[in-house]
Ligand binder design. Structure first.
Ligand code: FES
Ligand code: FES
Length: 157
């Protein structure tokens, strides 16, 4: 039986093994290689996507669990060839080094900002606690998310 769900605003269906990891289906069948497969155990956060608006480790979700859900990957944030403002904030604040963690980190941050428009530093650290970065020491990442939260608040004012 084909599975149907929405990816980055587009309705898709797949005949993938219903027990395949969602991360694998998104990368291999749909070519969405922005999300990374690191630990495959729910520990590193490199595979984070939004499912119905909330951050989820796609390596821990099976394909059948995506049935009817709304999935957003990092490719769905910006325009074609354009960074989203959150992604741009990461670049501006030096929150990207090797970049392996960055798509997952951005998606976890995007989930936070959608749920909490005014996060404090501790809120940001808590929201990103499931995402490991070996390079940046996290300070610049927290600063970038905080700057983006402020920018969005100003845009809404
Ligand atoms: S690859 Fe999914 S949490 Fe590490
Ligand atoms: S930038 Fe290298 S792991 Fe985060």
């Amino acid at each position: 039986m084909a599975l149907s769900f929405t990816v980055n605003g587009r309705k898709v269906s797949t005949g993938s093994d219903p027990l395949a990891r969602l991360s694998e289906v998104l990368r291999q069948e749909f070519g969405l290689t922005g999300l990374k497969e690191g630990c495959l155990e729910g520990e590193c956060g490199a595979c984070t996507v939004l499912v119905d608006g909330a951050p989820v480790h796609a390596c821990l979700m099976l394909a059948f669990q995506a049935q009817g859900r709304d999935i957003v990957t990092v490719e769905g944030l910006g325009g074609s060839g354009t960074l989203s403002s959150l992604q741009a904030a990461f670049v501006e604040d030096g929150a990207v080094q090797c970049g392996f963690c960055t798509p997952g980190m951005v998606m976890a941050a995007e989930g936070l900002l959608r749920a909490n428009p005014a996060p404090g530093t501790e809120d940001i650290r808590h929201a990103l606690a499931g995402n490991i970065c070996r390079c940046t020491g996290y300070e610049n990442i927290v600063r970038a998310v905080s700057a983006e939260a402020e920018r969005r608040r100003e845009a809404r004012a």
